[in-house]
Each structure stands twice: as structure tokens, then as C-alpha cells.
Design a protein. Structure first.
Length: 669
């Protein structure tokens, strides 16, 4: 049985006399205060670029050097990779790897603990873990077993059901609350959805399987319903360090509270100003109310920024100070003075794309590698025109942790209808569009295509009533809906209007399809709306389809005069996916009202403040140069509208940026 180590307050009040690590030389005074702090609850507010990873690493090393049993240290991170890197650095500092430190994600640690105590939550220690695909398959099986007619009721698909249940469990909300907040169009199906969820849970138990959420829920239930186990775990893990605390959800925060119940020795590191993931279930209240959970907690600040120039930090500080609900703080620079951030109004989205592409090439000529430049945006569709422009100029780019705009499933689905209207011998488009309809599987598509491929005049035959007998009965209703849509798309008055064709596909059925099949349906519908607006630039379908084909076939993999083996790429990313990253140069697109902040956030003060935190995160990704761009004119369905600069730009203090005036067409471009 392992020994329990009790720590007295004065044991950590001084540096180890025989330390091999020069703490005072390696850390600034803010970091040193955290690393050498006494036991007890602590909230470390670590500003962007302030060295929080370094601080956590040295804290773990410090505890070990103080004689703390490594087996009592638990490091909670949001990726297993982050934990492994921190512990690797600890080993380097100590000159050897300390045995017994536990580190990893909440799910990783939950799995480890539940293997030991599985019987107490109704499982064996050999329980299976369902990955996301397994969970969807099981959910689909449950719906079928309950005899729910998913076609008649337009019941949510398995992917969406899994997302609904996961969100409810992690934020500790009822199914009704989640439906009201996120999926109001499914409220009328609440009793059936709740029945599916109950049966899904029962089936997992019968199979001896847990999904990812169970690793947290069952861990919490273990400690909630078995106080002796909770006390044992609390005694085992006497030093709990939590990274990115602002991103924890309600369930994760409750788990930490249970683990720390006996000793309350929690070091939570995070930044309220970078809390931007409420859509994933992250609870902003966790970090803001840490002192309510732990009234005796000490609060530490890491505000010395090693990343950005004073000018960039001045702009970031001048923005985030407008949030009412926050820990008031200002980042302090270490770097020497640089250039003022630039605000660049452009005539329209096309000119915005041209400016960014040209400036990227100029910076590269000045010695800034593409890898050291990032283009950030609030929503994925904001990058549409830029992706087209970069491809035209053969500038290689990567979409960070996502797909290029035209490679996304919902974009390819809609484009397949337009391709088919233009070329009825496009086999891939036939296969893609038909399987979007209920009752049409791969086998049906194969049989139909074999008949269609031999026809001389495809549309004349396929759209006739006589061809219906070639379609299996279970698919005939879907076939009639499909052919009805195609008659509209190939009509003479519609054939050369790609924007109207896209809208017709949406109105026909695809709007409902997106809502039923995708968790982030609002973002995907915004993408499709922007695709239709983009198509207004093309008076003929052939020209539009050729442009899109170019995007898919030529991906800007070389630059003139570049080494063919060079792998540098410009990075394009939503701001959400850029958190934790940094570049020498950052461009932030669409800094205009109703684009950023998102129009959906304007009616709620909490949502607006999260959008401002998103703007703050974008600005603090930049080391040396920051460019804020926006179109003066933007397309809407009611015509062109004038765009005002974003509220976040208008509220910046004077002198925190300079405005660039672009007064001419770029002939050399």
C-alpha cells in the first residue's frame, strides 16, 4: 500500500537547498511566485504568451525536488500530447524521469481510474470504449430497434443524437434545456429523443461498453456515490494541476472538486480572456467563480508577454478592457517596439483577398516565410474569396485542422447538383446526390447508374414518368422529389444562374437535410448562403463550375522561384482553431459589423463578450505584425450594403492602430 504524504504549509515556502534547477534565473518573478507557492487552492491567470506551460513544468519539477511523492501528482491537460511534452520537460529539468506522475486528458485519467473501480459503476474492468463511429452505429441501432420512422418524423440522425446527448451530459443540462437552446426545431420530438437516449444507455451497459462521455460521467458518479473511493482518490492525488481551466465544462470542474475535497490542493491555470469555447460546452463560470468554489484560494497573475510587440499588446489590451465580466489585467511586453497594427478597409471581399495575397507575397520577399504568417477569420466562409485568390496566384496554403472551403461535405453535396445539371454523365455526382435521399442506398444507385449510363438522351428519359418503374418502390418517393428538383435546375431560365440553382437546392430539401444531419448546422447554412452569393459573380454555370473545379484540382502547391521540396504553407484558420498558436504576421479578415462579431451574438451581452475575447485571441496570435481588414461593401440578397468597421475596431483607443488607405486598383497584381 502506497504511503500518504501530508504537506505542511511551510514546506514549500523556500527553494530546495540542493536544487539542480536554477529557478530564480529560469523564471520571472510572476512565474517564480507560482512555482514556489505553498499548498492550497490557486488560480493562475496566465495571459497570452506569458509562459504558462513553462510555469506548470517547473511547478511539477519543484514539487518533486521538494520531496513530494510523484505518485501524488496529477497533471490534467486538454491533450495527451501536451501532458507528455510537459512531463518530458520535467524529466529534462530533473535529469531523469520521475516515476508515478499521472498526466493526460480528463478522459485518459478517467479511463485509468474506472479500470480499477469499474464494478462499483456496473461494469467489469474489461469494459470496451466506443469511439465516435461506434457510438453513432449503436445510436442508429437503438433508433431502429424502437421502430421510429425516421423518414415520417424527420427524426435527427445518429450523428446529431450523439452530439445532443454528449452536450447535455457535459454541461449537466436536461435534454429539454439542450433542445430549447440549440435544437428548437426538434422540441416536438423530445419524448422520443429521451426514450432513445435511455435505451442507448441501457444498450451500452448490456454490451459492457462506455462511450467517451461515460469516462467522465461514470468517474463523477463513482466519487459522488462512493465517498470512501472519493476519499481514497483524493488522498492519492494530493497535488492536482489543471491546464486551460477556462475551457473546462461543468462536469470536469465537478470532478476536480471531488478529487480535491480532502486537501483542496488545486492549481488551476487559465485565462478568462481566452474563454471562447462555450459552443463546445466550456463553462466560463468555472474560472470566474473559482473563488466561490475555493474561498481561500490565492490568485496569481502571469502578465509578462514574451510573444508580441508593445503595439500589438496595446491594441489587445485596449479591446478586452471593454468586457465587464473579467479579471482586470493588462499584458506587459518584453519585446522592443515594432510597427503599429494596421486597419485596412477594402472596396469589397474580392479586393480584401487581393490585398492579403499581395501583402503575403511582399512579406515573403522581405524574408518572412509563409509558415510564419497566419490568416484568421471568425467563420469559415470568410475565407472563400481568399482561397480562390491564393489558388490563382499559386500560393500554397493549409487550412488548420479543417477542410478547404470547397472540400467540405455540404459544399460538395450542393455543387454535385449543379454539376449534374450541367453534365448528366457525371457518375460521381449521380452517386453523391442520390444517396442524400431516404431509401436510396449504394445498391440502388449502382442499379440506376447502370441503366442511366447507356441512355442517349439522359434527361429526356430519366425525367419521364415511364422511367419511374425502373426505380425500386422504396425509393420512388425520393426519386420523384429528386427529378422534380432537376427539372427546375435544367430549365432554360435557371440553367445559367448558378446562384439561383444553389438556392433552389437549399429550398427543395437540403436546408432541412443540413439541420437534421449536422451539429453545427448554422455555420454550414451560412457557408451555403455565402456560396450562393459568391456564385452571383458568374453569369454562366460553366464559368462557375470551372472556377470551383480549379479550386479542387490546383491547390497552389508551388510558388514561383520556390524550392520544389519546400514545404512552407500559408496557414488559414478560424480563430477558434488558432488558439495556442502564433505567427510573426497575422491577418484578421472581415473585421466588420455583422461579420465579426457574429450577427447571432448581438442580442446577448454574454455572447458579445465571448466574441470580444475571440478578437483578443486573434490579435494576440501575432508576434510582430497585425493586419485587420474588412470590406467596405458586401453582397446581400437585397443588394450591396455598406459595412461599418467592427464594434471591436471602433472601440479601440486612438493611437493603437493606423489606418491604411487603398486608393487605386493594383495594376501590378
Amino acid at each position: 500500500m502506497s504511503k500518504t504524504y501530508q504537506i505542511k504549509h511551510d514546506q514549500l515556502s523556500f527553494l530546495p537547498s540542493s536544487s539542480r534547477i536554477p529557478y530564480a534565473q529560469a523564471l520571472n518573478s510572476e512565474q517564480l511566485d507560482v512555482v514556489t507557492s505553498p499548498p492550497g487552492p490557486k488560480l493562475v491567470l496566465a495571459g497570452a504568451g506569458s509562459g504558462k506551460t513553462r510555469t506548470l513544468t517547473y511547478r511539477v519539477a519543484y514539487l518533486v525536488e521538494k520531496g513530494i511523492d510523484p505518485r501524488t501528482i496529477l497533471l490534467m491537460t486538454f491533450t495527451n500530447k501536451a501532458a507528455a511534452e510537459m512531463l518530458s520537460r520535467v524529466a529534462q529539468l530533473l535529469g531523469g524521469s520521475p516515476k508515478g506522475i499521472k498526466g493526460g486528458t480528463f478522459h485518459h485519467v478517467g479511463n485509468m481510474i474506472l479500470r480499477k473501480y469499474a464494478k462499483l459503476v456496473g461494469y467489469t474492468s474489461e469494459f470496451l470504449i466506443l469511439d465516435s463511429e461506434d457510438a453513432k452505429t449503436l445510436m442508429r441501432t437503438v433508433v431502429a430497434a424502437l421502430g421510429i420512422d425516421v423518414k415520417a418524423t424527420r427524426f435527427p440522425k445518429a450523428d446529431l443524437l450523439v452530439s445532443m446527448l454528449s452536450y447535455a451530459r457535459n454541461v449537466r443540462a436536461s435534454v429539454e434545456d439542450v433542445l430549447v437552446k440549440r435544437y428548437p426545431h426538434y422540441l416536438h420530438l423530445q419524448p422520443q429523443i429521451e426514450l432513445v437516449f435511455r435505451n442507448y444507455q441501457d444498450r451500452k451497459i448490456a454490451l459492457g461498453a462506455m462511450d467517451f462521455d461515460d469516462l467522465l460521467v461514470k468517474w463523477w458518479e463513482l466519487m459522488e456515490h462512493h465517498p470512501d473511493v472519493r476519499d481514497r482518490l483524493s488522498a492519492q492525488y494530493q497535488h492536482i494541476l489543471v491546464d486551460e481551466y477556462q475551457d473546462t465544462n461543468a462536469l470536469q470542474a465537478d470532478i476536480i472538486d471531488h478529487l480535491a475535497q480532502s486537501h483542496r490542493n488545486v492549481l488551476a491555470v487559465g485565462d478568462d480572456a481566452q474563454s471562447i469555447y462555450s459552443f463546445r460546452g466550456a463553462n466560463f463560470r468555472n474560472i470566474m467563480e473559482f473563488k466561490k468554489r475555493y474561498p481561500e484560494a490565492q490568485i496569481y497573475y502571469l502578465l509578462t508577454n514574451y510573444r508580441s510587440t508593445p503595439e500589438i499588446l496595446s491594441l489587445a489590451n485596449g479591446s478586452i478592457c471593454h468586457n465587464h465580466e473579467q479579471y482586470k489585467k493588462e499584458l506587459r511586453p518584453i519585446k522592443a517596439n515594432g510597427e503599429l497594427p494596421a486597419l485596412i478597409p477594402l472596396n469589397n471581399v474580392e479586393e480584401q483577398a487581393e490585398f492579403v495575397a499581395q501583402r503575403v507575397l511582399e512579406l515573403r520577399d522581405e524574408g518572412v516565410e509563409l509558415d510564419e504568417m497566419g490568416v484568421l477569420y471568425r467563420s469559415h466562409y470568410h475565407s472563400l474569396e481568399l482561397q480562390v485568390e491564393l489558388t490563382k496566384r499559386n500560393i500554397p496554403y493549409q487550412i488548420r485542422s479543417g477542410l478547404r472551403f470547397f472540400e467540405q461535405a455540404h459544399i460538395k453535396d450542393v455543387m454535385a447538383f449543379l454539376r449534374l445539371a450541367f453534365n448528366p454523365r457525371d457518375e460521381l455526382s449521380w452517386r453523391r446526390v442520390l444517396q442524400l435521399y431516404p431509401g436510396v442506398g449504394k445498391g440502388t444507385v449502382q442499379k440506376l447508374w447502370l441503366k442511366i449510363s447507356f441512355l442517349d438522351n439522359i434527361w429526356e428519359t430519366v425525367l419521364s414518368d415511364a422511367f419511374l418503374k425502373e426505380v425500386p418502390k422504396r425509393a420512388q418517393n425520393s426519386w420523384l422529389k429528386f427529378t422534380g428538383l432537376m427539372k427546375v435546375l435544367i430549365a432554360e431560365d435557371m440553367f445559367h444562374q448558378p446562384s439561383e440553382q444553389i438556392q433552389e437546392v437549399l429550398h427543395s430539401f437540403y436546408d432541412a437535410y443540413v439541420r437534421e444531419n449536422f451539429d453545427n448546422f448554422q455555420d454550414r447554412l451560412a457557408d451555403l448562403d455565402q456560396l450562393a452569393l459568391f456564385a452571383l459573380n458568374y453569369p454562366h454555370a460553366e464559368e462557375f463550375l470551372s472556377e470551383i473545379a480549379l479550386q479542387e484540382g490546383v491547390k497552389g502547391e508551388t510558388i514561383i522561384d520556390a524550392d520544389p521540396d519546400d514545404e512552407e504553407h500559408l496557414v488559414l484558420s478560424t480563430i477558434h482553431r488558432a488558439k495556442g498558436l502564433e505567427w510573426d504576421v497575422v491577418f484578421v479578415l472581415h473585421c466588420a459589423e455583422n461579420f465579426f462579431p457574429s450577427a447571432r451574438s448581438l442580442g446577448d451581452e454574454g455572447d458579445l463578450e465571448e466574441e470580444r475575447r475571440l478578437f483578443y485571441v486573434a490579435a494576440t496570435r501575432a508576434r510582430n505584425e497585425l493586419y485587420l481588414t474588412y470590406p467596405i461593401m458586401a453582397k446581400r440578397w437585397d443588394g450591396m450594403v455598406i459595412c461599418k468597421p467592427s464594434q471591436f475596431v471602433r472601440e479601440l483607443p486612438p493611437g493603437t492602430y493606423e489606418k491604411w488607405e487603398i486608393e487605386r486598383t493594383y495594376e501590378e497584381w
